[in-house]
Design a protein around this ligand. Structure first.
Ligand code: PLP
Length: 407
């Protein structure tokens, strides 16, 4: 144990892998010909963006796919295309990232937050109750940090309450529930290709759906002008007759440069998912049985992407959690704490989003008070994950024993 006390981790939790050479070459080719706008095509050319859409539709098994400027733009475009109007209540997870309520607010709608379980997923009883008392017609479900609710049960609740389901799959691109790819359980799935997600184009987003009328509206809203015929993973031109006149153009297109960077990464995604699983399971095994620490059990039906890791210090005193964060940070391990009183970095909590006038959610408060989170970029090795586990284990143990001794 002496050795544990000495060890320090020196890797960077924010360093992603380089863009694959094939992506760099494809990007340079786009720069050389200069046709970066997705509708700027040479005769007979499909364009990188339309090809990415085709490939992502195939990857998820969806009929249609639309690439957009960001994950946030994917969600706002999907909400608009689903008919959400200003003032409408839209249900969402209380445990999510700020761009999710931000997307609801961007269309003038009102986020209604639903309680969180100890498995970090949406509470289905509270979902039904909030659907009834808010009158919401749409659920923007966030698979926050890659934790997937029982989707078979969720789809039943949504159907019983007359809810249209839109999935935020920023952390579940490449994941599945009972063999169904994440993003394929409702009307639409939204994904992000921002640097910290599973594919990296700096910024970017994707929407998939099987619904022709919805996708025609989404394409027009994303800024297609009358050029929707240049899409490939799209409904036929006649599906656009109404949408082309009814829908506003809210420019949020993807460009060919970013699509060129993404296509070779998409081909690598299954291999990346396997590498993430390896890191995740190594960290999980290293933390198993740590006194005072609870791991999040992953259901057998869930195929998750282990690009981040969460654990709970259940019902710990806030000062003790803060001490764990400080002690691990001193040894190079950056833990993000969802129970911190003030928002910090990327980490904020539903009660910090004052624009949404959130109600208090006692169950979520209790879970988030002890919730710690870390990234697992693919620049880490399994040896790194094992070292991170030893450091967390030692520091959680030290604070836990100190607290027990003080009692
Ligand atoms: C990153 C993220 C988004 C939004 O993605 P951007 O591409 O950054 O707009 C949405 N939901 C969750 C849970 C995220 O982490």
């Amino acid at each position: 144990m002496l050795r544990d006390a000495m060890e320090v981790f020196t890797g960077s939790f924010t360093q992603q892998e380089a863009i694959p050479e094939a992506g760099i070459e494809a990007a340079v080719a786009v720069l050389r010909h200069g046709r970066l706008h997705r509708y700027n095509l040479a005769p007979g050319e499909a364009g990188e963006t339309a090809l990415l859409e085709e490939e992502f539709a195939a990857f998820t098994g969806a009929r249609y796919c639309l690439a957009v400027a960001s994950g946030g733009a994917a969600m706002t475009t999907a909400l608009r295309a689903a008919g959400v109007a200003p003032g409408d209540p839209v249900l969402s997870n209380a445990f999510t990232l700020a761009p999710v309520p931000g997307a609801i607010a961007a269309v003038g709608a009102r986020p209604v937050f639903v309680e969180t379980t100890a498995a970090l997923t949406i509470d289905l009883d509270d979902l039904a109750a909030r659907a009834r008392d808010s009158g919401a017609r749409v659920l923007l479900l966030s698979h926050m940090r890659g934790h997937i609710a029982d989707m078979d049960a969720l789809v039943r609740v949504a159907a019983a309450q007359g809810l249209t389901l839109i999935e935020d799959c920023a952390h579940t691109m490449g994941a599945a529930w009972n063999g169904v790819p994440s993003g394929r359980h409702g009307l639409a799935g939204c994904y992000s290709t921002q640097t910290y997600k599973h594919l990296n184009s700096g910024e970017g987003g994707l929407i998939v759906s099987d619904d022709a009328a919805f996708m025609a509206r989404a394409i027009v809203i994303s800024g297609s002008y009358m050029l929707y015929g240049r899409h490939r993973a799209a409904p036929p031109p006649e599906a656009f007759a109404e949408a082309a006149l009814d829908c506003p153009n809210v420019s949020a297109r993807m460009d060919n440069l970013r699509a060129a960077i993404l296509r070779p990464q998409l081909a690598e995604l299954p291999a990346r998912v396997a590498r993430w699983e390896d890191l995740y399971r190594t960290l999980e095994a290293g933390l198993a049985g740590t006194p005072g620490l609870a791991l999040i059990e992953r259901p057998a039906a869930e195929r998750f992407v282990g690009s981040s890791f969460q654990f709970l210090l259940p019902d710990w005193d806030g000062a003790a959690v803060a001490e764990v964060v400080a002690r691990t940070r001193a040894r190079g391990v950056e833990l993000k704490w969802f129970g911190a009183p003030a928002p910090h970095g990327y980490t904020s909590r539903y009660d910090h989003w004052r624009f949404a006038a959130p109600r208090r959610l006692p169950q979520t408060d209790r879970v988030l008070a002890g919730l710690l989170d870390l990234r697992l970029p693919l620049t880490f090795t399994a040896a790194d994950a094992a070292l991170i586990a030893r450091i967390i284990r030692a520091e959680v143990g030290a604070v836990f024993q100190g607290a027990a001794a003080a009692e």
